[in-house]
Design a protein around this ligand. Structure first.
Ligand code: FBP
Length: 559
């Protein structure tokens, strides 16, 4: 039997490309600084919470010059939050840079996410271990977790573990919440003169950790290509059988970037975008009417089939739902330690909740199917987020559309046949083998994280820019984490967090969808992207997402 797949074997030999500025080696890098920075909002609060790391300048590396001396340092690395393709390559880049600076340097991987550093669970990474994981998907090299690092006790325990291992720097690979942790830890380490620096790396398939300095979080490229392949396959099936409407919910948490990118790659009949729903203040009933209208118009053309893409976080953007969810978040935070509520049956819980919600939210809550009510009451994640991946919005919409179509039939406005299939694509894409883009980007992010460590910086996020150009032109540097922060309500309290990037409705990516979707609704313009290709023509293997291309180059993307 095989130990690994033939593709995995070939991929192990792949040498990721390094960003131009880093390509001459870890000791041939020159560091320059830009202007001092400010938080994106709530400047005074953020400054007060992070006095030691606030407002540092943007850092940029160049390959001409050699003002970084080889460091002797041990580092620790943490994978935090949801899996994203390329995480192993971030660690590989970090490992290779650290070892090339000094072969005696050690890299420790903390096991199971941030809890690993608190509980002192770790492993030393070696060539043998690292080589097994190069260019592979998943986070299984050391595992991940969602523990929120924020208390004095957790920081003290982390310090003890770092002292024991003689660790001088920690790299946290994570999304907005995990990099908020990184900043809190950096602040505490600096305030306490520990000499331990903390660097973050931008991870998340959701694509919502981006701004002027961070073009894209890693994993978005591979995950969206994987979903696009699956959607394309379903489109081909729908177009062949012509009997089902497929409702496909796509992972991506609050922001609809994943759904938007998948739509541009596949051109389905319906694409919902949460941010648009919010901006147009569309009610659940209006969304259902919009979808039912397309279903009815296609039925008139004899097409009782189609594809609808639904972003995972849609529910949080529907105004009346948003108000209700926000009240539920506050209520649930208060009921966490209420034994009466915790021991109540599901039906009793609904009654307790309904009695505490305002009239409008209570009415809405009671109008929802029981399984959606239960999903809305599930525990929030450790960062206070609703677990939208567990809310079956696609099924809720299907049920409501059935009722709407029945009404329309009675009024003579619909004469088709509606047969549904519900899908949820999320976990299928999070651990896919990284595309060439993610393999290269991640390796560069990790390598660059060590360059930031070697420069003595802390509270920075590793940044690689100019990513729509060949890797030789990629620009490497660091962005102060406080620059991306604002205050938001979590678990009923105001907390500093990295601001999520939502879909911009006046941006080129959404505009590309908007200008084509009526055509895509009625005519079948499906695109079948096929599987990610790792070997072959660069025009197939090295193209990145339409989102990144449109945002960075503003190229006309549609034919
Ligand atoms: P991150 O923000 O941690 O990268 O989360 C990514 C994500 O895949 C979301 O898209 C999704 O809502 C969530 O994780 C699911 O979480 P879990 O893995 O805990 O089910």
């Amino acid at each position: 039997m095989r130990e690994i797949s033939p593709l995995q074997k070939e991929r192990q030999a792949y040498k990721p490309k390094l960003a131009g500025a880093l390509a001459n080696g870890i000791n041939n890098i020159k560091l320059t600084f830009g202007e001092k920075t400010e938080a994106v909002a709530d400047k005074e609060e953020i400054k007060a919470l992070f006095p030691h790391v606030y407002g540092e300048p943007i850092a940029k590396f160049a390959s001409q010059g050699a003002d970084l001396s080889a460091s002797t340092i041990n580092a620790g690395v943490i994978l935090s939050g949801g899996q994203a393709p390329g995480g192993h390559n971030v660690i590989a880049g970090l490992y290779d840079a650290l070892k090339s600076a000094n072969p005696n340097n050690k890299l420790f991987g903390f096991l199971g996410g941030p809890s690993g550093i608190i509980d002192g669970k770790y492993m030393e990474l070696t060539d043998e271990i690292m080589n097994k994981y190069r260019n592979t998907g998943g986070f299984d090299i050391i595992g991940s977790g969602r523990t929120k690092l924020e208390t004095e006790e957790q920081f003290k325990k982390s310090l003890e573990v770092c002292k024991k291992l003689n660790i001088g720097a920690i790299v946290i690979i994570g999304g907005d919440d995990s990099n908020t942790n990184a900043c809190l830890l950096a602040e505490w380490m600096k305030a306490n003169n520990t000499g331990i620096n903390v660097i973050g790396c931008p991870k998340t398939i959701d694509g919502d950790l981006k701004n002027d300095q961070i073009e894209i979080s890693f994993g978005f490229d591979t995950a969206t290509k994987t979903y696009a392949e699956l959607i394309g396959n379903i489109q081909r099936d729908a177009n062949s059988a012509k009997k089902y409407w497929h409702f496909i919910k796509l992972m991506g948490r609050s922001a609809s970037h994943v759904c938007l990118e998948a739509a541009l790659q596949t051109q389905p009949n319906i694409t919902l975008i949460g941010e648009e729903v919010e901006a147009k203040k569309q009610s659940l009933d209006e969304i259902v009417s919009y979808m039912a209208d397309i279903i009815a118009r296609r039925a008139e053309m004899g097409k009782n089939f189609g594809i609808a893409l639904i972003p995972e976080g849609l529910i949080e953007f529907i105004p009346e739902m948003k108000v209700m969810i926000s009240s539920l978040n506050d209520l649930l935070a208060g009921l966490e330690k209420d034994a009466g509520y915790q021991n109540a049956s599901q039906e009793e819980k609904y009654q307790i909740i309904t009695s505490k919600l305002d009239e409008k939210s209570a009415k809405l809550f009671n109008s929802l199917p029981s399984q959606i009510k239960a999903q809305l009451l599930m525990d929030r994640d450790p960062h206070g987020n609703v677990q939208v991946s567990k809310i079956e919005t696609e099924k809720l919409l299907i049920e409501m559309i059935k009722v709407k179509l029945k009404e329309m039939k009675a009024q003579g406005k619909y004469n088709g046949k509606f047969s549904d299939q519900a899908h949820f694509f999320g976990y299928e894409g999070r651990c896919a083998a990284p595309s060439n883009f993610d393999a290269d980007y991640c390796y560069s992010l990790g390598y660059n994280a060590f360059a930031l460590i070697q420069s003595g910086l802390t509270g920075y996020l590793s940044s690689i820019k100019n990513t729509t150009k060949p890797a030789s032109e990629w620009v490497a540097g660091g962005v102060p984490l406080t620059m991306m922060m604002n205050m938001e309500k979590r678990h009923g309290e105001m907390k500093p967090v990295i601001k999520k990037a939502l879909v911009e409705l006046d941006g080129p990516v959404f505009k590309a969808l908007e200008s084509h979707r009526e055509k895509w609704a009625m005519n079948d313009c499906y695109i079948f992207p096929g599987a990610i290709q790792y070997f072959g023509p660069s025009s197939v293997c090295d193209v990145t997402t339409m989102t990144l291309q449109l945002e960075q180059e503003n190229k006309p993307a549609m034919v």
